[in-house]
Write a protein that binds this ligand. Structure first.
Ligand SMILES: *Cc1c(COP(=O)(O)O)cnc(C)c1O
Ligand SMILES: [Zn+2]
Length: 386
């Protein structure tokens, strides 16, 4: 299956073999996507009886199921939002490592195993790193994770427990990414980047497949998604496109992505009509997991969201705090970043409900577990002090 798959640069057209371990284009430094592979989506009847993991869609994934690497990832619950019958929440914080990042991480670990690399590198504000570290451990591959020095103690403990070597980098999230990129260029290292490696997006696309299946072969009118680097937005969009190509849906839902007001380069681009992220000065936010000032796939994110008739909205930290508390009072203990979508929904910022009569009208994910985050009060104190 993977034999014909290549990493393709959409900017200059150059192809790279998977074995080259390229993480961006060797010529123009553009971001790479997958080419040379045709996903085959099962029909609903064909899926009946398949095991409840994302590998039920193996025929639509670019690599075969790695027998001994999986942790049961995927097929997360879909429930009604507190007090709402028109809105549903998909509980990706119940994944094996506590976030949706498992969807992509398991594919990268499977690829690492297949390419027999000695070491995987990741950089992350926390959840992507913990996911890569867990699946690397499961695959018996050494793992080094670059994180900002400000990463929560819970996530650091989780990384170390999986046996990863942790590099805590002072400065911004961008400084962390730069440190990882330097290490990535050393030979033999596989930069298992959730941002750059397109296998990750082919994992997160299963979010859309599962939703389609759980809703009986339909998608809602609107998908609300968090956006920092856009791995869930781009994955969900890719999944929708593949469903549409197979005629399993008749149109792609509106994608409404949510950013924290304190760091919203993509929302600013939508507002100003820009095709690339706007330069912003990032201020601290409780939603640390999406505080990405310069998303590498920003151009792709903006094009994807616009093509669905959607938009990118912002929420203030006070709104995130309220949403976070409300979710917890409804039994849903997530990290503050994971409350951003619910904050946007309850603030009435989603709009466009007239476009679809589908039910539910809106689905949003709860992306990350509260168990590894700093206690909310402390995390949320950051922004008043700033
Ligand atoms: C990674 C993550 C996000 C955002 O994902 P991006 O790929 O940066 O857009 C949102 N919420 C949680 C909990 C995450 O771990
Ligand atoms: Zn290129």
């Amino acid at each position: 299956m993977t034999n014909d798959v290549v990493l393709h640069c959409g900017t200059c057209g150059r192809d790279h073999r998977l074995e080259e371990l390229a993480w961006r284009c060797g010529d123009c430094r553009g971001v790479l996507d997958l080419a040379g592979f045709t996903p085959v989506l099962p029909s609903l009847p064909e899926l009946a009886g398949a095991r409840p993991t994302l590998w039920r869609y193996a025929s639509a994934l670019p690599i075969a199921e790695p027998i001994d690497i999986g942790l049961g990832e995927g097929m997360t619950p879909l429930i009604h939002a507190p007090g709402r019958t028109d809105i549903m929440l998909k509980l990706d914080y119940l994944m094996p490592t506590g976030s949706f990042k498992d969807r992509g991480a398991v594919l990268l670990a499977a690829l690492a195993r297949r390419l027999a690399v000695p070491r995987m590198l990741a950089d992350s504000s926390g959840n992507a790193g913990t996911a890569i570290a867990a699946y690397a451990a499961r695959a018996g591959i050494a793992c080094e994770v670059y994180v900002p020095a400000s990463t929560s103690a819970g996530k650091l403990a989780q990384l170390r427990a999986y046996g990863a070597t942790v590099h805590a980098i002072p400065g911004t999230r961008e400084d962390t990414a730069a440190a990882a990129a330097r290490a990535a260029d050393e030979s033999g290292n596989f930069y298992a980047s959730h941002v750059y490696h397109p296998f990750f997006l082919h994992g997160t696309k299963t979010y859309a497949f599962e939703l389609w299946e759980q809703l009986g072969g339909r998608l809602p009118g609107t998908l609300v998604l968090p956006v920092g680097n856009g791995t869930l937005v781009l994955g969900a969009y890719l999944g929708c496109r593949e469903l549409l190509a197979r005629r399993l849906i008749d149109r792609i839902p509106r994608i409404v992505a949510a950013q924290a007001e304190s760091c919203a380069p993509l929302a600013a681009a939508i507002r100003t009509g820009s095709t690339v992220p706007v330069d912003v000065a990032a201020r601290p936010t409780a939603a640390e997991g999406i505080a990405i000032a310069r998303p590498a796939r920003g151009r792709q994110i903006l094009a994807a969201v616009r093509s669905t008739g959607g938009t990118i909205v912002t929420v203030a930290d006070t709104e995130i705090r309220t949403a976070h508390a409300e979710l917890a009072r409804a039994g849903l203990y997530v990290e503050p970043t994971a409350a951003v979508c619910w904050a946007a929904v309850r603030a009435g910022r989603i709009g466009g409900s007239g476009r679809s009569s589908s039910s539910p009208a809106v689905v949003a994910p709860l992306c990350g577990s509260g168990l590894k985050a700093e206690p909310p009060a402390e995390a949320l104190d950051i922004s008043p002090r700033a």
